[in-house]
Design a protein around this ligand. Structure first.
Ligand code: HEM
Length: 487
């Protein structure tokens, strides 16, 4: 039985920058499933949750690119896939492989509203909501985003002093948050920016989506704090939506665009829909992680950093990049690509089979969770020579498909914020590196944590100096050394 659809039947709204493969190699050998008991399954889940990177890399090293775990001999319970050809099937057939996390339908109202974004939807409901949402992140807004990004980055850099030590992960999180709320809501006053930061941090730290579903069972403790934050955030967003609706229609920010968006047949977003989508766009964690890992990689690779500074000096002469200058910053583009390859802020994505089907070598019933990991696929030596090395030069010739390289996802549910994020990474890195030289603090330990995204568990302490090109590489302790080879 085969329900695959390939090539021209993939959705038309996809990220088509990279060529689609036409079909998987259909005669894949069927790897033996790992048969286990209910307790065994539970232990697998615990190991995955404790350290997803260690677990996924361990599966790949021991069992290869596609692994099925079954309850007993023949009851498929879970699939882990790292093979590009099966990623094509998984992400290219949205009606067969659904987004896997259910919405918090029984949770209190504020949680329900915040957890009902279109990223949790499938089928026609998803397609209609996507139509209404996508324009607010359209690349035609780049110039207005650029102004906000440059202004906030400059403000951060002006607050730093040579000789200081700062936690760069914290700095990058705050910067990404201030830029987000400026681009989304045009909010600039410190009190509101701090309040939104506190509310969203509490929500994200306590409220990963599965635990939101358990909220009615677990009142009190951190859940009470999460609910309180959700209620305050929803009330705040309702208020600014009402103010905007009462004023003159404008196209100043993403919220204006969500409010005014209309489909050809006149459908619009309700206030609850707008709140859910705006909450999804407030996403500083992933941007902050991408910036932090890139700063670490550059500090530990002075040869690359030296070449990058040559490029920045010759194109920008100390200024922030204009949109026209972006295409001249080729090495910076490759540095960002390589950093997102080694440290993809989302290191895995989930889907679930919607019905019985064939998934590559496996026949599976409906309801089987499938995890695909960009972290592991980005390290396949068949695609990436010396995969553990930070080598931006590889991107001069390498042209992987969107199933071999997918830090922003691929096909259905691919990241709508990709243009926005790439702009932000380019602006922040080019401004920061021209002005300051950052060195990892002596004795620093860098371990990973997979929270919202893949981030340094205890931050990244770095020492700040004016940019004088006197680069110093430090010995770093911690499991970051398993993730990249520091030459
Ligand atoms: C470095 C930063 C970011 C990375 C690596 C990233 C990556 C991703 C990935 C991998 C997905 C796909 C999820 C899946 O297939 O299950 C996704 C979806 C999405 N991202 Fe991002 N993202 C980033 C930042 C942002 C930002 C800042 C925004 C908004 C301003 C954003 C908006 C979205 C939206 C709306 C979706 C859902 C699209 C859909 O469901 O159709 N992302 N992102």
């Amino acid at each position: 039985m085969s329900n695959y659809r390939y090539g021209n039947t993939l959705q038309s709204d996809v990220n088509q920058e990279l060529p689609l493969r036409t079909a998987p190699s259909s005669r894949m050998a069927r790897p033996a499933p790992i048969a286990t008991s209910s307790i065994g399954l539970f232990l697998h889940r615990v190991r995955f949750m404790r350290d997803p990177i260690k677990y996924l890399m361990g599966l790949y090293r021991r069992h290869g690119q596609t692994v099925m775990i079954s309850k007993g001999k023949d009851k498929p319970a879970m699939i882990y896939n790292f093979a590009p050809e099966l990623n094509e099937i998984l992400f290219g057939n949205p009606d067969l492989f659904h987004w896997s996390i259910p919405r918090p339908v029984n949770a209190p109202e504020a949680i329900r509203v915040l957890g009902s974004s279109f990223i949790t939807m499938d089928g026609d409901e998803y397609r209609q909501r996507l139509q209404l949402t996508r324009n607010s992140l359209h690349s035609s807004f780049k110039e207005s985003w650029r102004e906000k990004m440059v202004r906030h980055t400059r403000k951060m850099l002006e607050g730093w002093k040579a000789g200081e030590q700062r936690d760069m992960h914290h700095e990058m999180h705050w910067l990404a948050h201030t830029i987000d709320v400026s681009a989304l809501f045009s909010i600039e006053d410190l009190e509101s920016v701090v309040m939104l930061n506190d509310l969203t941090r509490t929500l994200r730290q306590t409220g990963t989506r599965p635990s939101m579903l358990m909220l009615p069972l677990k009142r009190g403790g951190p859940y009470a704090g999460m609910l309180d934050s959700a209620e305050k955030l929803v009330a705040f967003l309702r208020k600014i939506i009402a103010e905007k609706r009462a004023g003159q229609p404008q196209e100043r920010d993403m919220l204006d665009m969500l409010i005014s968006s209309t489909t050809e047949n006149g459908a619009k977003l309700s206030d609850d829909d707008i709140i859910a989508e705006a909450y999804t766009f407030m996403n500083p964690e992933t941007t902050a992680s991408a910036l932090t890992w890139t700063l670490l990689l550059l500090a530990q690779h002075p040869d690359v950093l030296g070449d990058l500074l040559d490029e920045l000096d010759s194109v920008l002469h100390g200024d922030a990049p204009t949109l026209e200058q972006f295409r001249e910053l080729k090495l910076l583009e490759n540095v960002i690509k390589e950093s997102l390859r080694l440290f993809p802020p989302f290191s895995f994505r989930r889907r679930r089979s919607a019905q019985a089907c064939q998934f590559g070598p496996f026949e599976i019933p409906g309801g089987v969770p499938i995890i695909s990991s960009q972290y592991v696929t980005h390290r396949l030596p068949e695609i990436y020579r010396d995969p553990q090395r930070f080598d931006p030069g590889r991107w001069e010739t390498l042209k992987p498909t969107q199933f071999e390289y997918f830090p922003f996802g691929s096909v259905t549910h691919h990241c709508l914020g990709k243009h926005y994020v790439n702009l932000e990474l380019t602006i922040v890195l080019s401004m920061l590196l021209q002005r300051y030289r950052l060195t990892v603090a002596p004795g620093a330990r860098v371990d990973r944590r997979v929270s919202i995204g893949l981030e340094p568990a205890n931050g990244l302490p770095m020492t700040i100096a004016m940019q004088d090109r006197r680069f110093t590489r430090q010995a770093i302790r911690g499991n970051v050394n398993e993730m990249v080879e520091f030459a």
